[in-house]
Design a binder for this molecule. Structure first.
Ligand code: B12
Length: 215
């Protein structure tokens, strides 16, 4: 099976919610020497996006959505150690506090941003999901962070990003930290509107932007 075929098989297995097939083919890809990030980008994420579309059209429902996330995480369990191995010897670039904003439980994208930042040399403190605006600031103060990175996947939770920026302003700390925003619901327009320092659409670009912002 060539790369393209493997990606299609992986995508189809994700969409069909067949965990065994997803894990077997993820293993096959790794054994064939395909870089783990390519397996994620070209196989698993396209599958997850299709699931999201099906959910939106009400072709599938919450249990299936939850199952897709569990399968994705299981595959990440195989891929993550390989990704970390490859980035083991990088020089420290800066410190990032990351989390998904208040009211939002999505963490797959945030975890990818975290992982890529870690392997490219950032020290990352992950506050998890449903994070209170003040918790971001407390942690950033505690670890003397350079960047606060905020993920939001729901249009209803976008406001949580603005809340952090306003809380920083309220405490007279807006210039102390660079604030990056991202996640499925975020647009460049929104990022500009709330005066975030950085926005990128993908996790790869987030790492480049983070390095740029503090250089
Ligand atoms: C999996 C999933 C879930 C899982 C999440 C499990 C988990 N562990 O994260 C569960 C089942 C819990 C879930 C629940 C819900 N979900 Co949901 N979910 C999804 C789904 C299918 C995939 C999300 C995902 O992980 N995508 C893959 C990652 C890699 O993408 P990403 O997060 O956007 O991240 C990338 C970039 O945005 C960027 N990035 C991410 N974070 C950051 C941060 C920074 C700083 C930067 C720079 C970049 C960056 O890097 C990543 C990689 O490139 C999406 C559909 C979709 N296509 O996205 C719906 C989706 C997000 N969910 C949706 C909805 C409606 C819900 C629910 C409200 C459903 C319900 N009725 O209960 C609940 C809300 C729960 C809550 N309070 O949060 C809608 C949101 C619509 C909207 N715009 O508001 C979507 C879009 C589905 C749809 N099309 O309708 N969901």
């Amino acid at each position: 099976m060539d790369k393209g075929e493997l990606y299609n098989v992986l995508k189809d297995a994700m969409v069909a919610l067949e965990q065994d097939a997803v894990l077997t083919n993820t293993q096959k890809g790794l054994a064939a020497g395909i870089p783990p990030l390519e397996i994620i980008e070209n196989g698993l994420l396209p599958g997850l996006n299709t699931i999201g579309d099906q959910f939106e059209k009400e072709e599938i429902f919450l249990p299936e959505l939850m199952k897709s996330a569990m399968i994705f995480q299981a595959a990440m369990g195989l891929l993550q150690p390989k990704i970390k191995e490859q980035g083991a010897t990088v020089k420290k670039k800066g410190t990032v506090v990351i989390g998904t904003v208040k009211g939002d439980l999505h963490y797959i994208g945030k975890d990818i941003v975290k992982l890529l930042m870690q392997i490219s040399g950032f020290e990352v403190y992950d506050l998890g999901v449903d994070v209170d605006p003040f918790a971001f600031i407390l942690k950033a103060d505690e670890v003397n962070a350079d960047i606060i990175a905020l993920s939001a996947l729901l249009t209803t939770t976008l406001m949580g990003q603005k809340d952090v920026i306003e809380a920083l302003e309220g405490q007279g700390k807006r210039d102390k930290y660079k604030v990056m925003v991202g996640g499925g619901a975020v647009t460049k327009k929104w990022a500009d509107e709330i005066k975030a320092d950085g926005y990128t659409e993908t996790a790869y670009a987030a790492v480049v932007k983070a390095a740029e912002m503090i250089s």
